[in-house]
Design a protein around this ligand. Structure first.
Ligand SMILES: Nc1ncnc2c1ncn2[C@@H]1O[C@H](COP(=O)(O)OP(=O)(O)OP(=O)(O)O)[C@@H](O)[C@H]1O
Ligand SMILES: [Mg+2]
Length: 349
């Protein structure tokens, strides 16, 4: 706002001087011409010069604005550079390369002191199992993922992977063990190859093509410039489905023992969704797959499903078990079935 105020003030002053000066020059030239002190050619010359003379002043005004912006930006940069260096990591424990059972015990978490988001959540995710986490919007599903990824720290309770408490595990080791694929996967401006190699720096072009083909995006890339296809920031030059397929390819290249898919197939067309689900389900049995989803149909074949309701576990079990034992799950399933059937009837009509 300071820069904007300065800019507006400087524009007013500069314009006043430039146009006022030009008008004064023109008026004086006309007066001199009328008095006969200036010939016609001299008068025309003065008229043209009056307009030209003050233009550099206006340009100076705009350069002044650019300089102010630069100063504001450099202030921010220097403020950032003068921040103290982060303390060296105290968490040193390493997770084993092939993961292990994930055990969550009596987890309590709140973003703000006035509202608890997770209220004593307990869940066991056996190694190499396929677990779904479902529940209404706001029930705390993504919060569980953020805690498992170490992005937030629980106020109470415990989370362990292979018996190791996550509060003692090094961030580096945790990120190598757990891969998170959400809706807003980040891509950097650069080639597809550069973006993929971030997950697996040693992968060969052949490895990259294999995984791209598994995720159903190799044909599209071949029709462009292959692995050298350039991506805009956040892959804005790809469609939603293509972005999700590429995000999945990158996640697969990371080859970690645990995968969390948080609404990874939302907002994309049915064809892309099915292709992506097929790839995810191929991972099951060799990797621990945690699928957070609104669409219960995506997890009906999970080994166990955890249904959350207002930050509490409403039920844990297979799809069939929950339909009988968990009213919240049964209600969600019924609503979704009705909506899908209504959709099908509408299409048929
Ligand atoms: N960064 C945040 N700061 C404060 N509150 C938050 C934050 N993120 C989420 N919440 C709150 O925590 C609760 C759980 O949010 P969460 O994102 O875990 O829900 P969700 O089950 O993943 O919902 P959805 O299905 O819509 O993705 C919500 O009530 C939300 O308002
Ligand atoms: Mg969520």
């Amino acid at each position: 706002m300071k820069v904007l105020t300065m800019q507006l003030n400087s524009i007013i002053i500069m314009d006043f001087i430039a146009y006022g000066g030009a008008a004064l020059g023109i008026a004086l030239a006309c007066a001199a011409f009328a008095d006969g002190r200036l010939g016609l050619s001299g008068c025309v010359f003065m008229l043209l010069l009056s307009a030209e003379f003050f233009l550099p002043m206006r340009r100076l005004g705009s350069y002044f604005h650019v300089a102010m912006n630069g100063m504001a930006a450099s202030d921010k940069i220097f403020r950032f550079l003068s921040e103290p260096e982060p303390e060296p990591e105290k968490k040193q424990e390493m997770l084993s390369e092939d993961g292990g059972d994930i055990v969550i015990r009596d987890l309590h978490f709140s973003y703000t002191s006035d509202r608890e988001v997770l209220k004593g959540l307990s869940l066991t995710i056996p190694k190499n199992s396929f677990v779904g986490i479902v529940g209404e919007s706001g029930s705390g599903k993504s919060t569980v993922a953020s805690l498992l990824m170490g992005r937030n720290t629980p106020q109470d309770g415990q989370m362990t992977i292979d018996g190791r408490d996550l509060t003692t595990v090094s961030e580096d080791s945790l990120l190598r063990t757990v891969t998170y694929v959400g809706l807003g996967s980040v891509f950097f401006k650069g080639s597809v190859r550069d973006n993929l190699l971030m997950a697996a720096p040693d992968a060969s072009d052949e490895d990259l093509w294999n995984v791209l083909s598994d995720c159903g995006i190799s044909d599209f890339l071949q029709s462009e410039k292959g692995l050298d296809t350039m991506l805009l920031e956040n892959a804005d030059n790809l469609s939603g489905g293509q972005k999700q397929r590429l995000a999945l390819a990158r996640a697969l290249l990371h080859n970690s023992p645990v995968y969390i898919f948080d609404e990874a197939t939302s907002n994309i067309d049915v064809e892309s969704e099915e292709a992506i689900l097929a790839v995810i389900k191929k991972l099951v049995s060799t990797k621990t797959v945690i699928m957070i989803t609104h669409r219960l149909a995506n997890v009906t074949d999970a080994d166990r499903i955890c249904c959350l309701e207002n930050g509490e576990v409403a039920g844990i079990g297979t799809h069939e078990e929950l339909l009988v034992s968990c009213p919240a799950y049964a209600a969600l399933w019924k609503t979704q079935k009705e909506l899908e059937d209504f959709g099908k009837e509408t299409v048929l009509q």
